[in-house]
Design a protein around this ligand. Sequence first.
Ligand SMILES: Cc1ncc(C[n+]2csc(CCOP(=O)(O)OP(=O)(O)O)c2C)c(N)n1
Ligand code: SF4
Ligand SMILES: [Mg+2]
Length: 313
Amino acid sequence: MVKLKEALDSCQEEFFLPGNSCCAGCGLEIALRWAMKALGPNTALVTPASCLNVVIGLWPKTAPNFPFTNMAFAAGAAAATGMKAAFDAKAYKFPNRGWEEITTLVFAGDGGTADIGIQGLSGAAERNTNIIYCCYDNEAYMNTGIQRSSSTPHGAITTTTTLGKDRFKKNLPAILAAHEIPYVATCSISEPLDLYDKFKKAKSIKGCKYIHILAPCPPGWGFNSENAIEVARLAVKSGSWILFEVENGIMTLSKKSKSLTDASRRAPLIDYLSKQKRFSQISEKDLIELQEQLDHNWERITVELSCQDQYPK
Ligand SMILES: Cc1ncc(C[n+]2csc(CCOP(=O)(O)OP(=O)(O)O)c2C)c(N)n1
Ligand code: SF4
Ligand SMILES: [Mg+2]
């Protein structure tokens, strides 16, 4: 993994500028800053309707210091596909003028990815379109007032799940991995160097890349802004958020999740949940179900890893 000094030295410049209107402690802002440090300014970003559309501010005082396109809620992946095709056409007509070098990136919320945007994303993945699609997952529709999405976890209170969500979180990374694209990865804002490495790797791979980042939201989850990193770290430590990569079908656990196949090494789930008001009224039944789901996710991964060892590709 890249060292902190190396990462900072290689990209001192900030591409998502201060003075934006993100809430203090916003996970999305940290995710985008580090992603852009890895990708650099030769990146064209598409963002469907979300907090990110709003926090960039109004031109000419917008926060992104690189090409940024606001797009309709459902159309992140479709717009990026068209943009990439235009860059390819330019590169064909005007070779060696830099059109080949542009990275096309989608940065979308969980609603824009798991719900309304999934059709366009699935299409881009099936075509293996040469883009990076990143979902920053704050686990609800934050921009419009904390409504549940299919990525909201079981038991969490939102304004549309006032007794706690009855369904479980949709497993987007697994859905994308099932498209057999060359690269799928998960990240947490508590592990910026891991995030940096994964975006660097994604940039170097041709085809459709999918990166899913846990991006806690202080007002939406109900914690103080100074605790954003701690909450994200506890998500990883408790095994609730698993850091991994799937490269050409081969899964590897990332450093902070590697030892957690041993359940005894995981922090108690309640340590993570108790930091957030959205779980303040979670019932014993929901808590047990959430723990069972967590254990089940780990079992699935353990089986996947042992199958890979027994039947290498
Ligand atoms: C077709 C359509 N329906 C609804 C909206 C209203 N809308 C704008 S942003 C948003 C929620 C976005 O949620 P998510 O993708 O999770 O991003 P976040 O706000 O959490 O950053 C909604 C419902 C819209 N812009 N377009
Ligand atoms: S509501 Fe949440 S996701 Fe939106 S800007 Fe504030 S902290 Fe970030
Ligand atoms: Mg969201």
